[in-house]
Write a protein that binds this ligand. Sequence first.
Ligand code: FES
Ligand code: FES
Length: 156
Amino acid sequence: MRLLVNGRQHTVEHADEPLVWVLRDELGLIGTRYGCGIGACGCCTVLLAGEPVRSCQLTAAEVGDRPVVTLEGLAERGADGTVTLHPVQQAFVENPLQCGWCLPGHVLTAVALLARDPDPDEAAIAEAARPNLCRCGGYNTIKAAVARAAELAREP
Ligand code: FES
Ligand code: FES
């Protein structure tokens, strides 16, 4: 089947496998992490038609023709090869986490939050981040990073 990931069409063989494994094993997009496998931790989060979803909980076939965005799809690459990080990525660089296993899920969840609310207050940031677990307990850092990402995204 065809899968639209990070703006590119891919042919994938294992349409009945969970999306997380198709992304990681077939497409080599290992920025999508695997944690619990039961939809509880959020570290496998990707954007599906702009909304955060847990890629361990749906198959590639269930994605159909809807666009998928993974961590690898956020940065922009200029014609000269220059890479510009997405504001959310830049904010997490400035606010580093401990092991980082939860990071892609938090980054993509924050991208979706800022797309619908460019100026979220503390409660909105906490509410958006709440479903994604961080075993290292980096919740204050995550909230600071998302607040910083909102600042960066508003800069001209
Ligand atoms: S690995 Fe998908 S929610 Fe935990
Ligand atoms: S930084 Fe280790 S799980 Fe979040």
